[in-house]
Design a protein around this ligand. Structure first.
Ligand SMILES: O=P(O)(O)O[C@H]1O[C@H](CO)[C@@H](O)[C@H]1O
Length: 317
């Protein structure tokens, strides 16, 4: 059932979901409703895209989403136009340290790009469709290739802090539990109801990363593996880490997968990369725990190398 609410300045359409039907003796049936935020339509997303393009002369075909502490890449974009998320109508806000919250248009290695200096996470309270909303905005701006980076904990004990893991696949814990950015009405203009994601991470781009990594002398700290997305914001328990490793995960983080699913749904090719910022705790006798400061610190130390790799790849597209 749709309910129309007059709020300044707009008429808002709110979806009312019947949640509980309770029979009351002699007095019929009581129906309780809960409210869910309406998703933006194709046209609403087009408006966000048009707004952004009206703020820049750049017309990128490549987008980069920067992970925690990895936003430095956007700072080296030349001839840049930066738009704060707070200026973009109907766009979420970044709330996590290490995510500046700016959309940066400009040139990287001579190619026109747009960088998200800060992404959205489900644990900030955003539904998955909203976490993935920027990707649909990218699609309508003409983006064909998406680079996603993230900070992650290593489940694979042969990895080291500071390693770069090329993502070859993912396991979505929210997805397996029934949550997905594509849940709900399917907008056919973006893509099909049942998109395949078995080829989510483009193999040619991964090969390019391996070749460039070799050229740059990064082989000793370049890995390839499976990223597991968890909900956060609490880090994983020891038992959870053991489970995720048994399931085939190499790294664990709280992001990226919603954006990747939305990108593949609308035909954008994807390259993903995790920076191992910490080893997860797998031992009950360990005296260490994971913390976000450590995550950001490692990001700072390896950021230059990640920037070099991404820039060189973009230069060769
Ligand atoms: O995935 P990104 O945004 O890089 O950040 C990672 O770092 C934060 C935890 O330290 C979480 O947000 C996790 O997902």
């Amino acid at each position: 059932m749709w309910l129309y609410l007059r709020t300044a300045p707009a008429l808002r359409r709110v979806w009312l979901r019947p949640t509980v039907f309770q029979a009351t003796r002699g007095r019929g049936v009581k129906v309780y409703f809960s409210m869910a935020e309406a998703r933006p339509s194709y046209e609403d997303i087009q408006k966000i895209s048009d707004f952004l393009l009206s703020k820049t002369k750049h017309r990128p075909k490549i987008a980069v989403i920067c992970g925690s502490g990895l936003g430095g890449l956007a700072d080296v974009v030349e001839d840049q136009n930066a738009i704060d998320y707070t200026e973009i109508p109907n766009f979420p806000r970044s709330t996590v340290p290490g995510h500046k919250g700016r959309m940066v248009f400009g040139l990287l290695a001579g190619k026109t790009v747009v960088c998200m200096q800060g992404r959205f996470h489900p644990y900030e309270g955003y539904p998955l469709w909203k976490v993935a909303l920027p990707v649909r905005v990218f699609k309508l701006m003409g983006i064909e290739t998406l680079f996603v980076t993230n900070a992650a904990g290593a489940l694979n004990s042969s990895f080291n802090v500071g390693d770069i893991m090329l993502m070859k696949d993912h396991i979505s814990m929210p997805g397996l539990a029934g949550d997905n950015p594509l849940k709900g009405h399917n907008e056919d203009r973006f893509g099909p109801r049942f998109p395949a994601v078995s080829d989510a991470y483009n193999s040619e781009l991964r090969q390019l990363a391996r070749d460039i990594g070799k050229e740059l002398g990064f082989e000793s700290f370049m890995q390839e593996g499976v990223y597991v997305q968890v909900g956060g914001p609490s880090y994983e328990t020891i038992a959870e880490c053991k489970l995720l490793r048994m399931l085939g995960g190499d790294c664990v983080g709280m992001s990226t997968v919603p954006e990747v699913i939305a990108a593949r749904h609308c035909g954008i090719r994807v390259f993903g990369m995790s920076l191992v910022t910490n080893m997860v705790v797998m031992d009950y006798d360990a005296k260490v725990t994971v913390n976000h400061e450590e995550v950001l610190e490692t990001g700072k130390r390896r950021a230059q190398d990640m920037q070099k790799l991404v820039s060189k790849m973009i230069g060769q597209l």
